[in-house]
Design a protein. Sequence first.
Length: 725
Amino acid sequence: MKKRSPAFDKHYGSLIPLKIAVIYAVVAGLWILLSDEALQLLFKDPNTITRISIVKGWLFTVVTANLLYFLVYRYVRALQRKDDNLFEIVQGVSAVTGKAFFQSLVRKLAELLHVDYVLVGELTGEGLTGVRTIAVFGKGNPMENFEYDLAGTPCADVTTGDGRVCYHAKGAAQQFPQDHLLATMGIESYLGTPLLDGEGNVLGVMAILNCRPLDGKDEAEAMFRIFAVRAAAELERKKRVDELRAAEARYRILFESNPHPMWVYDLKTLAYLAVNEAAVTHYGYSREEFLAMTIKDIRPAEDIPRLLDSIEQVPPGLGQSGYWRHRKKDGMVIDVEITTHTLTFDGKAAKLVLANDVTERRRSETALLTQFNQISTVFDALNAIVYVADMEDYRLLYMNNYAISLFSSDWLDKPCYEILQGGQTKPCDFCTNDRLKKDGEPLPPCVWEFQNTRTGRWYQCTDKAIRWIDGRLVRMEIAVDITEHKDLERLKDEMVSAVSHEMRTPLTAILGFTEFMLENEVPREEQQTYLGTMQREMLRLNELIGNFLDLQRLNARRHSFVFTPLIIEDVVREAVTLFQTASEKHHLLIDCPPDLPKVRGDRAQLYHVLTNLISNAIKYSPYGGTVTIGARLEEGMVVVRVRDEGIGIPTEELERVFERFYRVDNTDRRSIGGTGLGLSLVREIVHAHQGRVWVESKPGEGSSFYIALPVEETDATETALSPTA
């Protein structure tokens, strides 16, 4: 037995018992009343009446039972026939979809409810302010579809309400005078409901329009709701199908109109399923040739294993990019950048491929990379800082090896001010970016000098705005270390100032005595004294000029040294011979062992060093004493010592005695003449010999000056191999 709908049970379940109860009450009342009256008239004997009453009771039971059975059976059969008819109608409508479904729905609903018009429409227009009918049935025939605005129609109440059925029992045309269609069709009653999707959004409307008041409103509304639910589901399905078809049409247009080759292939068979016109044009195969091939046919043989491996490892739905080689129909192999995405195509697991021919770009990139590597090799060979930084965000794009060695290996994409400067957290105030470009175009280079806050060294910087490989303007800086040049300039200024000061003293004395002797009569004895003073000052001036010129030549590296193997004792004895008769108060002692190895040096320059040291030893031992000139071998170096018994040097002054023009500031030393350049010259000469010089001294106990010179390589090897060494 078919199951009746809950709607019918609700509306008719309470009506059937009421009708049966009324009929039963009427029949029972009439039977009792009439039968009792008839017995009173026909029989007078009470016993007879009693017996006949019993028979009457049984007869009443049989008659009423049959009556009840007849009434119940009749009404139940009537309801069942109506319910079965409705089920058959609904089942028949549900068997179809699309346009046929809606046409069948409006026809069967009109026939079932005996109404004049039934329509189903979907909302249209921007803001869904109109209705376009999908199916209309009227006066026993299908009708042409039409469109109308919602404003002023009963449908407006339906679509803007809360989803309830909208019912106008009579006078519908008069209630909505703006809806001229109602008046034209002579509509008296209206029943409408919105068609909702699964999320409660209004998709359309279904309405019954009748030319007379609608009979059985509850029954009609119940059936109407049943049909509305099915109509809404079909309308939602139609909307999704329409959207899919529209999307498919859009994607097909995009697929065919894309300027890059595109195709779809079967992941199982690798056969082409679809190709666009760009693929046909670019690769030279016709569409039919493509569809007869597999994707392996356009790959070089050596790329097939990689292709198969990539297909196996990519999960469904995952897009990927990569570079491949493809072979065109004419045999030309091209470089291709592809983007892929797995999908379902005609029920098959497939992959969509977009191919971009990058052959020329890859060649250009390779050429550019080669050129960049060549330029980078040149920059890496420079003993200068070279870097490139973005002019907007200051991030480093390139640094040569020399710059990396000075600053940091972790520099890429870091702000230049953080890497190149010490403690800088924002762009430098002295940044030249604003001076390198104007209106988006590069200006001439900017050359400037700067002392780096991280290294502390001076650089001459040449900044230039250049076009980077992506077209943007960037700043390239080449910074050459000019610290030594700056030091030489500073030293030159200091030396000129000091020499000017030191020369003024002897010149003042010479000019003073000369003017005095020219302007006055000077006795012969005094002339000798004045001339002697002038001679000493001239000798001092000559020594000052000589030492100054020697230092200048050494600093400028214009003085040529002639290095030869030397026996240091021979140079010591030659220097001592010069001072043997210089002072009767001093005794010069040589202390050199006979087996000292040779040193590699310039004889004349080492002689100059020793004469300076011996001269100082004598000069700063004003009370006489022994001056010892000795040598010994220590850790592969020949160390020469000049020891005196003079006034000594304070400890705090030991580090400065080798500075240019520096003289210890005390009375004893200031009374002794000197230029302050001798020990500076000694240090420069010893450093040129790859040696070192130092002093040990205490005030009142004399001083010891040491020079350490490298041993001649041949002698060093022989000394190391000697069994007595």
